[in-house]
Design a protein around this ligand. Structure first.
Ligand SMILES: Nc1ncnc2c1ncn2[C@@H]1O[C@H](COP(=O)(O)OP(=O)(O)OP(=O)(O)O)[C@@H](O)[C@H]1O
Length: 240
């Protein structure tokens, strides 16, 4: 579902272009659930933002489900993101003045009838154990409940790809474990591909695939010998 080839992204820092992402080849199969690991500053969020169409690659090809993101304009990438990507963030980003139900309704668009929307909301809020809370404002809920609501918002449209950037980073360990398991389960149920950035190695163990960004990203380690490039188990073909 994801095919990246010759993908590069640099940032201009004090008059200098600094390469952050240099991916020779990387592919991800539909339905894979990947924990993306790596030290701070290694480009994990930058990669996620390119996959979500927020950032355009400087060069190279990035194809997701047949859509060539590298060739799209910004409005085209915005439309692609709204239709096909679910995002889960560390700080939830629920709109505080809306109930969690209204937060989810905002992303559902106009395609469904009123009855279909009600059924879908009931299904997902029941699934994450928030059915009796769905008309509450976010601040009336615990942080774990807020993240579960954010998961519903990310998956309700049944996007093909879910991107999660440290989704449990602000939760205590037990809550984080429950939220991560839920995210994995609902993505499996929906057949969604999931790429989750996490610094927590214990939580990463829950994922079928663990991918250290250095396995695909050659930026910052060009001085290393070529034979260090290798194929990452379970994460499709890679080369850096
Ligand atoms: N908009 C920007 N302009 C300039 N430099 C940036 C920008 N965004 C990120 N960077 C730099 O690019 C590098 C990679 O950042 P990125 O946020 O992708 O890393 P990360 O692996 O997600 O880090 P963390 O784990 O700390 O979130 C860092 O050195 C960062 O300072």
């Amino acid at each position: 579902m994801i095919q990246a080839e010759g993908l590069c992204k640099s940032y201009r820092i004090q008059q200098n272009e600094r390469p952050i992402i240099e991916i020779k080849r990387w592919s991800v199969e539909t339905g894979e659930r990947i924990a993306l690991l790596g030290p701070s500053g290694s480009g994990k969020s930058t990669l996620l933002h390119m996959l979500g169409g927020v950032l355009k690659p400087d060069s190279g090809k990035l194809e997701i489900s047949g859509f060539d993101l590298s060739a799209m304009s910004e409005p085209e990438r915005d439309a692609y993101r709204a239709d096909r990507i679910g995002y889960v963030f560390q700080d939830f980003y629920l709109i505080p003045s809306l109930s969690i139900r209204q937060n989810v309704e905002l992303v559902l668009g106009k395609k469904l009838s009123r009855g279909e929307r009600a059924d879908l909301l009931e299904h997902y809020f029941r699934r994450v154990g928030l059915l009796e809370h769905m008309n509450k404002l976010p601040h009336k809920l615990s942080r774990g409940q807020q993240q579960r609501a954010a998961i519903v918002r990310a998956i309700a449209n049944r996007p093909t790809l879910i991107l999660a950037d440290e989704p449990t980073g602000s939760l205590d360990w037990e809550t984080a474990d429950g939220v991560m398991r839920l995210l994995l389960e609902v993505c499996q149920e929906n057949g969604s591909t999931l790429i989750t950035v996490t610094h927590d190695l214990h939580l990463a163990e829950l994922f079928p695939v663990k991918l250290h960004i250095s396995e695909i990203n050659g930026a910052g380690r060009r001085e290393q010998p070529k034979e260090n490039g290798y194929k990452a188990a379970g994460a499709g073909g890679v080369g850096a």
